[in-house]
Design a protein. Structure first.
Length: 142
């Protein structure tokens, strides 16, 4: 992870936004964006990885993140990564493919979310989610 001023700001926002959330196995949710950020190769993808679920899962807005001084290309990628319920999942994934920043973060996100070893128990729902994520990886990499 590249620790620039923007990355440090994104780390702080990510932690504060997700600090009381847990993932499906009960672990602190914040470990997920931290894990993604550690895989990124530059500042903008690192920032986007840290913030990729902030608007979707908390009270943060794109305008609020822009006001914090994050780069326009980071905000654009975050908009693509934030799934709107009105958009079918395959259409959402297709839009992400057009942006290299969003694509890099989403691929890391999908790979991490597909890792069933993170779960205490693997049920039919987890298997269905994994298949959906594997299909999205295929769409993003073809």
């Amino acid at each position: 992870m590249i620790y620039t001023k923007q990355t440090k700001k994104a780390l702080a926002i990510c932690f504060e936004a997700h600090k009381d959330q847990a993932d499906k196995s009960g672990l602190p949710y914040v470990f997920h964006p931290f894990h993604l950020a550690e895989q990124m190769e530059d500042e903008v993808t690192t920032v986007v990885a840290l913030l990729h679920d902030v608007v979707e899962d908390t009270d943060w807005t794109f305008e609020g993140l822009a006001a914090e001084g994050f780069a326009p290309e980071a905000i654009a990628a975050l908009r693509l990564l934030t799934h709107n319920d009105d958009t079918l999942y395959p259409d959402y994934v297709a839009k992400i493919k057009s942006d290299p920043i969003a694509r890099a973060v989403k691929l890391a996100d999908l790979r991490h979310n597909s890792d069933l070893s993170r779960l205490d128990a693997v049920d039919d729902e987890a298997l269905r989610r994994r298949e959906k994520y594997l299909e999205a990886i295929r769409l993003l990499t073809e």
